[in-house]
Design a protein around this ligand. Structure first.
Ligand code: ATP
Ligand code: MG
Length: 393
């Protein structure tokens, strides 16, 4: 069966009242963006509580569905047959033909769901459903009706045209990207931060990202891995401006000047400061990290308190209460896991102490950071000025 249309269902957007059109328009934009790379000519339109995609000529069905499964805001993708409205008999014939082609084995229970978006139509939704059901039973005696627990639901929607579908391929749900402001993701090459980016973006947030590398201690492959992860996240979030910051001199300076058990925490504070600089420069309303309470020494509540203290923007930590396995499960689902586990060194792992503090005191950390007074402003300035920005799509 070839489908020349998709009916797109969306969930939470439906409850946004007067602002609903903003969400629908954003969803239309994101759908167009996702289909841009797919072979075929797609026309995307809003139509009474749904979004309709019609396709002209040949197209790659599997690629189209895959692309749509990356668009936040979509709750279901329904491959649909569309026929012109030429009276009820033509409608019923079209549904019979649809069922005949769609289901080789007709031995199943079903119900018909009618929906009448065109209020001029001379029959109610209930009448359409009942009458189409009767015609199907006439045509295929093996089929039987079960309104409570049917094997299949045959949807018939009367609008400018008649839309017929029975398959609902799950979408990623969430809110369309572009409806919730922008955030700066601290993206490392690990498992957690790409998942954090995915989750924030799922609430409609546009992403920018910052990665700290430490050449020559970290390799070109480690950097490429982060670019690749950004690409995988961008399939969902849309384009990401990835800021690549050379962190080597700052890390070496902290290493020289500070107690080694406090290295990681002080380093994390400088990462946050620099990421916040780029966040503000890019109109971001918050920072995003992949931190989760207790996962490592730098993520105890005491450590998070110290890291947080340098930020004036809110820091969003979508994984804060997630177990590692839960995070791994999501990273597998969104296809970042295999890239995340590639064995390239991270700048945090190079200068780590054997026994980092797990309960740092903010006053002590603030005091010890004064050891950096002589050069740190200049080093921060250099790191910021030498940023490389990669536009990841
Ligand atoms: P991840 O799997 O995301 O790397 P992690 O378990 O390795 O996390 P940490 O290394 O403590 O944890 O990092 C905590 C968070 O700090 C990361 O989730 C990420 O948001 C940020 N971060 C850590 N290292 C970097 C880096 N090199 N560049 C950018 N952000 C980083
Ligand atoms: Mg890491």
């Amino acid at each position: 069966m070839t489908y020349q249309a998709f009916l797109i269902k969306y969930s939470e957007i439906g409850v946004k009242g007067k602002n609903r059109y903003i969400f629908e328009d954003a969803l239309v934009r994101q759908i167009k963006r996702s289909l841009y790379e797919v072979d075929g000519k797609f026309i995307v339109k809003k139509q009474s509580g749904r979004i309709f995609i019609s396709v002209e000529g040949d197209y790659d069905y599997d690629e189209a569905v895959k692309a749509l499964q990356h668009v936040f805001g979509i709750s279901a993708i329904c491959p649909t047959v569309v026929v012109p409205d030429e009276g009820f008999d033509a409608l019923a014939d079209a549904v019979v033909k649809y069922v005949d082609e769609e289901f080789e084995d007709k031995n199943f229970s079903f119900k018909v769901m009618g929906r009448r978006a065109n209020k001029q139509y001379p029959m109610t939704s209930m009448e359409v459903a009942a009458e189409v059901g009767a015609r199907l039973l006439d045509a295929f005696p093996e089929m039987h009706v079960d309104v409570h627990n049917p094997d299949k639901i045959i949807y018939v929607e009367v609008r400018e045209n008649i839309a017929i579908y029975s398959t609902e391929i799950p979408g990623p749900c969430g809110m369309p990207v572009g409806t919730a402001g922008k955030a700066m993701l601290l993206l490392s090459g690990g498992i957690d931060s790409p998942v954090a980016g995915y989750m924030i973006s799922k609430r409609g947030v546009t992403l920018s990202a910052t990665y700290f590398h430490a050449p020559p201690y970290t390799s070109e492959q480690a950097k490429q891995k982060v670019v690749d992860l950004a690409k995988l996240v961008a399939k969902y979030s849309g384009p990401i401006d990835l800021h690549i910051v050379n962190f080597t001199d700052i890390q070496l300076y902290i290493y020289q000047q500070c107690a080694h058990d406090e290295l990681t925490i002080i380093m994390r504070r400088y990462m946050m400061r620099i990421a916040e600089h780029f966040a503000k420069e890019n109109d971001c309303l918050g920072l995003v990290t992949g931190e989760s309470i207790g996962q490592v020494a730098s993520q105890t509540m005491q450590s998070l308190n110290c890291t947080n203290a340098v930020c004036s923007l809110p820091v969003y930590r979508p994984l804060i209460a997630f177990d590692k396995q839960d995070i791994v499960d999501i990273s597998e689902k969104i296809d970042t896991y295999e890239t995340s586990i590639l064995p390239y060194e991270d700048c945090c792992t190079i200068f780590v102490a054997k026994h980092p503090v797990t309960k740092p005191k903010l006053e002590a950390i603030e005091k010890h950071e004064h050891n950096l007074d002589e050069k740190i402003d200049e080093l921060m300035k250099q790191a910021i000025e030498s940023v490389e920005i990669i536009k990841v799509k």
